[in-house]
Design a protein around this ligand. Structure first.
Ligand code: SF4
Length: 351
């Protein structure tokens, strides 16, 4: 039964939520191996040995929101926060491009200063990185009003990323306090309408059921997102969820493989933000084809899920990641290859 479902998905035949639930319920070691092997075959057939690489520029850790799982929630007072200048963000993005990284992920909390004067500083930042650096850009600025998406695209962003975390409405509302489920879901629709590529993501281990995970995977696919991800929740000090028992990476690896089987030609990241460099190989082996959250050391930058993990020791640096990719039998893609992929996605969206 499981083998049949895996083969069906590998052939590109559609699976329903019930099928996805069945795959997300696999616990048998041999069946898991079968799942991962099929996901690798699908990825390699579409992308060859190319793996894309994203740098993470978390340029403001100020936030007006109070998500229960997040270290940078507004109630977590007394922690160090920072806001980089436009010049610093341009320099960081330029150093990522010089090092051979494909994209600069410009991420911030919902920082009122970046949002002031009709998002003036946010748009200025995206434009400056686009005009002065020329690296591909993902904008991850939090939830925006619909009218801002054409402006973000016009400023030079290729991508808009916004994670729902879960498509269980009730759970969402207990996590993303005072935020609208529908508004956050619509972000991806509005961004696509404005010509942006979109990323959605789910968090694993926040209290969701296996059925919720299956439903979230199916919903992210149905929204037409070009990049979909799963990340394991890491409890954060000073938050209401600090004493949650963390999951190991099994459910995340399963989700990566299932998402790959359902989305043959999309991008599926492995984040260095959960287990640092140690978690790279297992995620590549589960079918991921993008390494995200590469953070240059000595730049006083934070990660999201783990704000310090492997950053200052240089393990999330470019050279180290490239070496690790070689060891997995893959290679990092060039910027030309990455841009060609983005163009093909845009053409596909227009059809
Ligand atoms: S998850 Fe994002 S929006 Fe929520 S508190 Fe953290 S930085 Fe703010």
């Amino acid at each position: 039964m499981v083998s049949e479902l895996i083969s069906k998905a590998e052939r590109g035949e559609p699976l329903g939520t019930k099928d996805v639930f069945r795959l997300m319920s696999i616990n048998d070691k041999n069946e898991l191996e079968e799942l991962y092997a099929a996901a690798r075959r699908v990825r390699d057939k579409v992308f060859g040995k190319r793996i894309y690489t994203y740098g993470f520029v978390y340029f403001s850790t100020h936030c007006k929101n109070n998500c229960t799982f997040c270290y940078y929630r507004r109630s977590n007072t007394g922690i160090d926060r920072y806001r980089k200048t436009v010049e610093e963000i341009v320099d960081l993005s330029a150093s990522l491009l010089d090092a051979g990284i494909n994209l600069s992920d410009l991420t911030m909390g919902e920082d009122p200063m970046m949002y002031a004067d009709d998002y003036k500083l946010l748009i200025k930042t995206i434009s400056a990185v686009h005009d002065e650096v020329g690296i591909s850009i993902m904008a991850s600025p939090g939830a925006l009003p619909e009218r801002m998406f054409p402006v973000v695209r016009e400023a030079g962003a290729d991508w808009y990323a916004c994670y729902q975390e879960t498509y269980n409405r009730e759970l969402f509302e207990s996590l993303r306090l005072e935020q609208s489920f529908d508004d956050r879901r619509n972000q991806k629709i509005w961004a696509r309408k404005a010509g942006l590529l979109t990323e959605d993501g789910m968090m694993i281990g926040l209290g969701e059921s296996v059925r919720d995970r299956a439903n979230t995977i199916v919903t992210m696919g149905s929204l037409g997102c070009d990049q979909v991800r799963a990340m394991t929740f890491v409890p954060q000090v000073g938050t209401p969820m600090q004493d949650f028992t963390p999951y190991d990476s099994t459910e995340e690896l399963k989700a990566i493989a299932v998402m790959r089987l359902l989305n043959h030609d999309k991008l599926i990241p492995c984040s260095l933000d959960v287990e640092g460099i140690a978690g790279l190989r297992t995620r590549i082996d589960a079918g991921a084809n993008v390494v995200t959250s590469i953070v240059p050391p000595s730049k006083n930058l934070a990660g999201v899920a783990q704000h310090e993990l492997d950053i200052e020791n240089g393990n999330r640096s470019v050279e180290h990641v490239f070496e690790m990719l070689d060891e997995t039998g893959h290679r990092h893609a060039t910027s030309t290859e990455y841009k060609a992929y983005l163009d093909s996605r845009r053409r596909k969206a227009l059809r």
